[in-house]
Design a protein around this ligand. Structure first.
Ligand code: PHB
Length: 367
């Protein structure tokens, strides 16, 4: 019976363990969305993971919704990310870039020409967001016209090609957490009456078309998708999350992608409360099938990660906060060592502090 410290094959890659780094926004890029040299050091330190999935990375300026998140749409973005992929490869791991369009989770001040953020429907999120000009109310987004959809797919294709140029090993399509593709998927945010709204088949269409288009760039063996059909982060809801996720998992299984990555159970409580999601994988995993790797994420530790593998709920576990605070997480699991405590104050700010300065275990002194 495999444990999370055992190797696994994912697409063409032999990964050294099943302890993956979950994508985490860290807001250390500059205002031009270029990642900085400390980010190469941050990921290099975490090359202890069998697979690194990067923080969400916008595929266009329209796709941005937070200050200091990175992009992959300019040549300067590619050059900056190349430092990361080189560092991670030299340290012996594999790294997939997460392709991100935030949709309505944005503000006109981030948008080209200060236009309104775009979404499937003109339905805003309650509350406020951080912008470069401080905290602002969310605006009501503009519903995309049907003839703009190919342009959205093209943004993902561009991001995928840029990721190839930056030396990544693959890409993860961000279909989770209330961002654009998830906004189309779930019926709380999608009230469209064209081919991209209404029935579940229609709501899933954009995510599946994007995935197919990205496969054309990368090949199915190097493409993963992340889903969270049940969480409520970013004002999301769906009338039948179990069936929504089941259908998408089944369709993605048919596309033969390298992995499906599901937030299950509720991830980081500070942002994604979700009482309904504790056993999504019992439905999604069989629907996805067994050709690709099934990754779960959300509040797992060493013991519960191994239990998920033993019970057939997943093939690998993505760790977020524990990996953020413990660059040597697999070694700590192997040694049953104590974990560093995360510093929540430096999650989204702080330069090197709380980023590249978490200590590793002292190497055992050999006689
Ligand atoms: C965030 O920046 O808060 C964020 C980004 C991507 C996610 C979730 C949260 O998937």
């Amino acid at each position: 019976m495999a444990t999370i410290l055992d190797p696994i094959k994912l697409g063409p890659y032999e990964l050294k363990n099943r302890v993956f780094l979950a994508p985490m926004t860290r807001n250390r890029a500059n205002q031009a969305a270029e990642i900085q040299p400390i980010t190469a050091e941050y990921y290099r330190q975490r090359a202890t993971a069998g697979l690194i999935i990067t923080e969400a990375t916008q595929i266009s300026q329209q796709g941005q919704g937070y200050p200091f998140t990175p992009g992959i749409y300019t040549d300067a973005h590619v050059a900056a990310w190349k430092q990361v992929t080189d560092a991670v490869h030299a340290a012996g791991s594999r790294i997939f870039l997460q392709l991100w369009h935030v949709g309505r989770v944005s503000h006109s001040s981030f948008q080209p020409g200060n236009a309104l953020p775009v979404a499937p429907s003109a339905i805003g999120i309650p509350g406020q967001l951080y912008t470069y000009g401080g905290q602002k109310d969310y605006e009501t987004p503009r519903a995309l016209e049907t003839n703009e959809i190919p342009g959205i797919i093209e943004q993902f294709v561009h991001g995928a090609k840029q990721a190839l140029a930056a030396g990544f090993d693959g890409v993860e399509v961000h279909g989770a957490n209330g961002y654009l593709l998830d906004q189309f998927l779930r019926d709380g945010s999608n009230k469209r009456t064209d081919n991209y709204g209404g029935s579940l088949e229609n709501r899933a269409r954009l995510l599946l078309e994007v995935t197919e288009a990205v496969i054309k760039v990368w090949g199915k063996e190097r493409v993963g998708v992340r889903l969270s059909p049940a969480n409520r982060f970013n004002g999301m809801s769906d009338s039948n999350p179990l069936e929504t996720g089941r259908y998408v998992a089944e369709q993605l299984g048919k596309l033969g992608i390298a992995y499906l990555h599901v937030i299950d159970p509720a991830s980081a409580e500070h942002m994604m409360g979700n009482p309904d999601s504790t056993n999504l994988s019992a439905t999604y995993r069989p629907a996805f099938g067994s050709n690709g790797v099934y990754i779960i994420n959300g509040g797992y530790d060493h013991t519960s990660g191994n239990a998920a593998l033993a019970e057939g709920r997943a093939d690998a576990v993505a760790y977020g906060i524990p990996f953020l605070a413990n660059p040597d997480l697999p070694a700590r699991f192997a040694a049953s060592a104590e974990l560093n405590a995360p510093d929540f104050n430096t999650f989204y700010q702080g330069g090197e502090k709380g980023y590249t300065d978490y200590p590793v275990l002292k190497a055992a002194v050999s006689a």
